[in-house]
Design a protein around this ligand. Structure first.
Ligand code: MN3
Length: 201
């Protein structure tokens, strides 16, 4: 069963003005599609072919770089589209809010920590909020790696990931990655993050 590009659940322009429509269209239809296509090519005829993305991530060190890069790319972007949304932003509620306040002190402190992780990731990569053994942790990974990979420095279940590749922001923000990182909090879908948090516990 080949991997498929998941449909975006909102319009390309739904995240305007924070993330522009052209960036969303190219990012989803071209970049993510390429990860899916190249993953399917890399898996054709070998033992990773029937595996789920999660199974591949857990044992990624035993696969070629093309599976790591494109499988990570497919997993990361599939997560990314779902934790963004129109009419989003604001603050989380319930257990997630409580855990954020207990772990980081406040939502603003979490945002600062995530933004620092994203801003200081040299080159391309991701900033993550993940759950490990019931605890919230902020980390970052290079390239298309993620916390599910056996090679990750900080492992766990990712519940929020922010893409800091230039293709995620360059058309609107050019070299100003920190400005993109401030703006993206206006389109974070906290209900989706809370669902992932609950599932990760
Ligand atoms: Mn991307």
């Amino acid at each position: 069963m080949a991997h498929l590009l998941p449909a975006l659940q909102y319009a390309f322009d739904a995240l305007e003005p924070h993330i522009d429509a052209q960036t969303m269209q190219i990012h989803h239809d071209k970049h993510h599609q390429a990860y899916v296509d190249n993953l399917n090519k890399a898996l054709a005829g070998n033992d990773g072919e029937g595996k789920t993305l999660e199974e591949l991530m857990a044992n990624i060190s035993s696969y070629p770089a093309a599976v790591r890069n494109n499988g990570g790319g497919h997993y990361n972007h599939s997560l990314f589209w779902t934790i963004l949304g129109p009419n989003a932003g604001g603050t989380p509620s319930g257990d997630l809010e409580k855990a954020i306040n207990e772990t980081f002190g406040s939502l603003d402190a979490l945002k600062e920590k995530m933004n620092a992780a994203g801003a200081t990731r040299f080159g391309s990569g991701w900033a993550w909020l993940l759950v490990n053994d019931g605890k919230l942790i902020v980390s970052s990974t290079p390239n298309q790696d993620n916390p599910l990979m056996d090679v990750a420095e900080v492992k766990g279940q990712p519940i929020l990931g922010i893409d800091v590749w230039e293709h995620a922001y360059y058309l609107k923000y050019q070299n100003k990655r920190p400005d993109y990182l401030i703006a993206i909090w206006n389109v974070i879908n906290w209900d989706a993050v809370a669902m992932r948090y609950k599932a990760a516990l």
